[in-house]
Design a protein around this ligand. Structure first.
Ligand code: DP6
Length: 327
């Protein structure tokens, strides 16, 4: 062990343009399909991991409060992987805090596990390359493997632990889209993503969704590389609706939408018909991510703020890769 034992890191959440839903292997978080995302700028989780030779348990503190046992257990399992790689058995104190509220429709597990994994490996003196870091972050939360990188990112599904990790597709400057997150509810969701992934296979639609994913990934990649907003809008909205069709037809059914979700989806479709370059995608919750072409965000944001049921709107440009912070 190097003497430091402590490191801090920062990572941003991401919004999936082609979504991850369902695993081939839940324990390893090997996804049923590849996915593609934009890392979200302006939002981040900062994690500090301090291994302590005197500690007998891992302690997780989120925003200054000792975390509930289930959250602590999930982070401890992630640290077990880091400890195994580093060849020691020291327990740690993990402090994590985000500059965005949980329940805002922005997955904090992606930024948290990317930041915790980077900080923990650095604290142990493990210098992982980005692909290895992405593979390891994946074990904590699937979407965290994409938050290792900035800009536009693809998670290659792979066929085993070694081959399932994210790769950078294009930097944010390539196409500075803005994600306007229309928050319609901040209530905690009753079924989290991890449980949702387990239900995906119970939907008769999941097989068709997974089979069609290479086509959607290819269309999304091409739209991004050519900065073709109409094509991007088509694939992003189709992909989101396909995932929600799977969710709604699982046993038990998962209906994450609220009435205001549909209000925003209809409004976005109407604004696009009127010529505004905006499209909508919804993750495992009721809030709507409205992606805007450069130059379109101000007018769309004003329209969103006028819609009934929209509580607040976050504005996110493409974000940066996860990085270490000075201690
Ligand atoms: C709908 O990565 O949050 O946001 O691996 O169980 O932590 P766990 O799941 P998570 O699932 C993300 C689901 C999604 C789509 C996506 O981000 O690709």
């Amino acid at each position: 062990m190097p003497p430091a034992l402590v490191a801090s890191a920062q990572a941003s959440p991401n919004i999936a343009l082609v979504k991850y839903w369902g695993n081939r292997d839940d324990d390893l978080r090997l996804p049923s399909n590849g996915s593609l995302s934009m890392t979200l700028g302006g939002l981040h989780t900062v994690a500090r991991v301090a291994f302590d030779p005197a500690a007998t348990v891992d302690t997780l503190v989120i925003a200054g409060q000792v975390a509930p046992p289930a959250a602590r257990q999930r982070v401890a399992q992630q640290l077990d992987l880091v400890r195994a790689a580093a060849g020691h058995d020291l327990r740690a104190r993990i402090d994590s805090s985000s500059n965005f509220p949980s329940g805002a429709g922005i997955a904090s597990s992606a930024s948290a596990f990317a930041a915790i994994t980077l900080a923990a490996t650095a604290a142990c003196g493990l210098a992982l390359d980005a692909a290895a870091l992405s593979r390891l972050a994946r074990r904590g939360s699937g979407s965290a493997c994409r938050s290792v990188f900035g800009g536009f990112v693809e998670w290659i599904a792979g066929d085993g632990d070694e081959s399932s990790y994210a790769i950078p597709l294009a930097p944010g400057e390539h196409w500075p889209l803005i994600d306007l997150v229309a928050v319609v509810s901040q209530a905690a969701k009753s079924t989290g993503s991890t449980e949702g992934h387990r239900l995906a296979a119970s939907s008769p639609l999941q097989t068709a969704r997974v089979a069609d994913t290479p086509r959607r990934l290819s269309a999304c990649r091409q739209a991004l590389l050519e900065r073709d907003f109409a094509r991007l809008a088509e694939v992003v909205e189709l992909d989101s609706l396909m995932m929600h069709a799977v969710m709604m037809t699982s046993s038990p059914a998962l209906v994450y939408w609220q009435p205001s979700t549909l209000t925003v989806l209809h409004a976005v479709a109407e604004w696009r018909r009127q010529g505004h370059e905006v499209c909508a995608t919804v993750d495992a919750g009721p809030n709507v991510h409205c992606l805007c072409a450069p130059g379109q965000a101000a007018v769309v944001k004003a329209k969103l703020q006028d819609l009934p049921g929209v509580d607040l709107v976050f504005e996110c440009p493409p974000g940066e890769a996860a990085r270490l912070l000075p201690n």
